[in-house]
Design a binder for this molecule. Structure first.
Ligand SMILES: C[S@@+](CC[C@H](N)C(=O)[O-])C[C@H]1O[C@@H](n2cnc3c(N)ncnc32)[C@H](O)[C@@H]1O
Length: 214
């Protein structure tokens, strides 16, 4: 099943399933972004808008991009705020957003479904103002090496989604090659981290004002 179809079918239970990764991401997003100021936000793979409401509490406008119409329908229903705009878009293509629109681009639990990270950093650079921030929170590659991937339960058993492993060096190198500098890197553990591998990794990159990317 394609990733888009899988999310359309997962959408109805996405917010209510037991899902430690989803819940830890919310904590990582809030803890990390609380200390930054931003007005215009571009949220990649916004899904059901799990993080959109919180982002709107700090921002003037949030544009959420996602290719799953069913996930977007739930996001729209949950976020009846004219400052939130949800657009159906495939992140693998050019993003139809004004250049330098955002002072924050944020992406949670989405890049494991994207093969070409370089394209994402290239587009993020174009859509960010100089000095803008790119926050990423993803399933930790160590967790992926151990076999963890996005999945949900159906009447016919577990449905696993198509995912790609991105090593930590890939994030850092692709970011650097697209004019970003690394500000923060953090690993996030479940409540009882003794002998555990980290569940999530998060990065804060800043668009480097001195580099011009075309
Ligand atoms: C695990 S959900 C995360 C949703 C939300 N960010 C969160 O943290 O709850 C991943 C989202 O990425 C979206 N997605 C995956 N690949 C995409 C692509 N190529 N273009 C647009 N959206 C994509 C899916 O439709 C889904 O809503």
């Amino acid at each position: 099943m394609s990733i888009e179809k899988a999310y359309n079918s997962w959408a109805g239970q996405y917010d209510t399933n037991i899902n430690k990764t989803r819940d830890l991401d919310k904590k990582a997003t809030i803890e990390t972004l609380s200390k930054y100021k931003f007005k215009h936000v571009l949220e990649l793979g916004c899904g059901t808008g799990k993080n959109t409401g919180w982002l709107l509490g700090k921002a003037e406008q949030v544009i959420g991009l996602d290719f799953s119409q069913e996930m977007l329908n739930i996001a729209k229903e949950k976020t009846p705020d004219h400052r939130a705009l949800f657009k159906r878009a495939d992140l693998n293509k050019e993003w139809e957003i004004d250049n330098q629109f955002a002072d924050l681009v944020t992406s949670s639990l989405t890049l494991e479904h994207i093969y070409n990270l370089n394209h994402i950093f290239n587009q993020a650079n174009q859509k960010l103002k100089n000095g803008g921030i790119f926050f990423i929170s993803e399933l930790h590659p160590f967790k992926q090496y151990s076999g963890s991937k996005a999945k949900y339960e159906t009447e016919n058993g577990t449905q696993e989604l198509e995912v790609y492993i991105h090593h930590i060096s890939e994030y850092v190198d692709d970011a650097k090659n697209n004019g970003f500098e690394l500000m923060e890197l953090k690993e996030w553990f479940d409540d009882n981290p003794v002998n555990e591998i980290p569940r999530l990794i998060s990065f804060v990159f800043r668009k480097n004002t001195s580099t011009k990317i075309t």
